[in-house]
Design a protein around this ligand. Sequence first.
Ligand code: FES
Ligand code: FES
Length: 183
Amino acid sequence: MVEYRLEVNGDPLEVSAPDHWTLLEVLRYRLGLTGSKQGCDKGDCGACTVLLDGKPVLACLTLGATVQGRSVTTIEGLLPAHRRAGGQGADPIQEAFDRCGALQCGFCQPGMMLSARALLNRCPQPTRDQIRDALSGNLCRCTGYTQIFEAVESCVAHSLGVATEPRSWEAQLAERRGKPVTP
Ligand code: FES
Ligand code: FES
């Protein structure tokens, strides 16, 4: 066993866990923070992405003991951090994913939203290519990525006060099928 201190979602914590446990195991099985998903468990899918001192890392490839003294943000911490900063509702990136229908099963979403949050923190107005690049380590089996990229762009648009309403599912399906939307 190894004991160490870290900050998780703003809370200082002391953790005792087997030496070989990853940060993902510590979060899920010691701290009960199951928002970080255990997908491939070998660095391929990005479902376990968390922010370590504000930068996205794969928790399944990060040895727990190496985060001694560092600050971890999981998906559970996004909304409280936004509220502590004086915001209302959820973090704007969470609101944007909801608004744009950028999720289906939801398994990829915690990692996807944390990667997007990290991008917007360092680059508030990213291009589509920058968004694509920042999310390239997060795999989604369901959405086909378009709505996810649109959600990040919608988040930026809202922050600039130029928000547009998301297209309806009917409109999106009709566009894919090359047919007009029937009222
Ligand atoms: S669970 Fe960590 S990259 Fe897939
Ligand atoms: S919404 Fe299902 S994997 Fe992305």
